[in-house]
Design a protein around this ligand. Structure first.
Ligand code: FAD
Ligand code: PYC
Length: 416
């Protein structure tokens, strides 16, 4: 650290952040915009950023009912990977992973993307076959993916018990070494600052309460701060997609389920990769602060409580303790939940709606954090051109009519 930066750090530590410039403005909404994005999570903010940056559409508002990043963006366990089965998914998630790889530079904001590898365990013959099939499909699509023997798993994760108490013996695993984790809040803040700098208005504490739709086309958004005229509306509200669709008069093939996570007290570094098990609905990584970040399966019933139920917590922690006996004495500090909108094929909807000028980005289920840059990029293209990019064309609502579903239950892993 230079003498100047040490001095500046000390000065800023002592002046209680006085006179620090705001990272983004806090404007009142204008009477009209070229495009309005509903939802100030990572997806909404990324969409606004790419609308401005890639398509020159800067007269854009992001309308957020609470605070930016306060939804699932700030509640997820930050796993990023692209090892999905089908060509369409591999293309979209891999595009996103490539954007992650340059995101801190792109936004000039450290999103702490850490490519520490993501391991998916196999506990039985069925898991081995599913993993083997997916590794082959990934490689055909240019997505890095490898098989690990139990011995190789033990070398990478010495603290794992491969017998897992005899209940969940580990027979092998896949690894995507380019996968990893990122700092979730930083993703929202980085996109917000960059979008704001390009002229996007970010309006918080402003719920969207309805839409004006005339002759099948959207013409205005009703909000807690009045009516905003616009010909283009991009929905990006994660767990509230069907609520928004209801306000606009159409239905989505989506179920909203609570999904929970937990963090432990912090300990010294013991785990430098991400370990997931789809079969036992549990996964774990260690944060930079030293906390174990643990996740679970979704509740099996629809709900809007941001908690997650106790039986799921118990089942997950039981499984984690059998895989990692040394964690049995760890104490959990916090548990929380978010609402995940889930489609029947475990793939998202990213495209047009029956209302002209209205678009939907939703149904990412348990796995939409990793797609934040890629989905925002493709969604911005869709909104700007009133047609999907080839990356998201297959993720239309129409697939539930034609039957061209994209079944990613295996890759979606924890919660389906
Ligand atoms: P959000 O961040 O939820 O943003 C939507 C915003 O819309 C919210 O801020 C909300 O306040 C706002 N909104 C809602 N209604 C209105 C309204 N009427 N008016 C205005 N604004 C409104 N994905 C992964 O890839 N990896 C993971 O490891 C992972 N782990 C997860 C763990 C948990 C516990 C949970 C809950 C989810 C996890 N996910 C994970 C999924 C991921 O978090 C989401 O898919 C993703 O964050 C969705 O981003 P978003 O920007 O669409 O949604
Ligand atoms: O999609 O990789 C994922 C994931 C992990 C935990 C929750 N979702």
């Amino acid at each position: 650290m230079t003498r100047y930066s040490l001095f500046s750090l000390l000065r800023n530590a002592l002046n209680y952040h006085e006179d620090w410039p705001r990272a983004w403005r806090s404007p009142e909404p204008k009477p009209s915009y070229d495009a309005v994005i509903v939802g100030g999570g990572g997806h909404g903010l990324a969409t606004a950023y790419y609308l401005a940056k890639n398509h020159g559409i800067t007269n854009v508002a992001v309308i957020e009912s609470g605070w930016i990043g306060g939804g699932n963006t700030g509640r997820n366990t930050t796993i990023v990977r692209s090892n999905y089965l089908w060509d369409e998914s591999a293309a979209l998630y891999e595009h996103s992973l490539k954007l992650w790889e340059g995101l801190s530079q792109e936004l000039n904001y450290n999103v702490m993307f850490s490519q520490r590898g993501v391991i998916n365990l196999a506990h039985n013959q069925h898991d081995l076959k599913e993993i083997g099939r997916r590794i082959s499909a990934n490689r055909l699509n240019g997505v890095d993916s490898e098989f690990l023997t139990p011995r190789q798993i033990k070398d990478l994760v010495p603290i794992i018990d491969l017998r897992a108490g005899g209940r969940y013996p580990v027979l092998g695993a896949s690894i995507q070494r380019r996968g990893g984790t990122a700092r979730h809040d930083a993703v929202a803040w980085g996109y917000a600052r960059a979008a704001d700098a390009l002229g996007v208005d970010i309006i918080q504490q402003c719920p969207v309460t309805g839409f004006r739709i005339e002759n099948g086309r959207v013409s205005a958004v009703e909000t807690g701060k009045g009516t905003i005229e616009t010909g283009k509306v991009g929905l990006a509200v994660a767990g509230h997609s069907s609520v928004m669709a209801g306000l606009a008069g159409f239905r989505l093939p989506i179920q909203s389920l609570p999904l929970q996570a937990l963090v432990s007290e912090p300990v010294k570094p013991v785990l430098d990769t991400v370990v997931m098990s789809g079969a036992i609905h549990a996964y774990i990584s260690q944060s930079d602060k030293g906390e174990l970040v643990i996740g679970a399966g979704a509740d099996s019933y629809i709900g809007y409580g941001q908690r997650g139920s106790l039986p799921v917590t118990e089942e997950t922690l039981g499984a984690i303790c059998e895989l990692f006996p040394m964690f049995r004495r760890m104490r959990m500090l916090r548990q929380w939940g978010g609402i995940v909108d889930t489609c029947p094929d475990a793939s998202p909807v990213l495209g047009k709606t029956p209302v002209e000028g209205m678009y939907v980005n939703g149904g990412w289920g348990t796995g939409g954090f990793k797609s934040t840059p890629g989905a925002g990029w493709a969604y911005a293209h869709t909104i700007a051109n009133d047609m999907p990019h080839e990356l998201n064309a297959a993720f239309s609502l129409d697939r539930f009519r034609t039957g061209y579903l994209i079944d990613e239950h295996g890759a979606a892993a924890v919660a389906h």
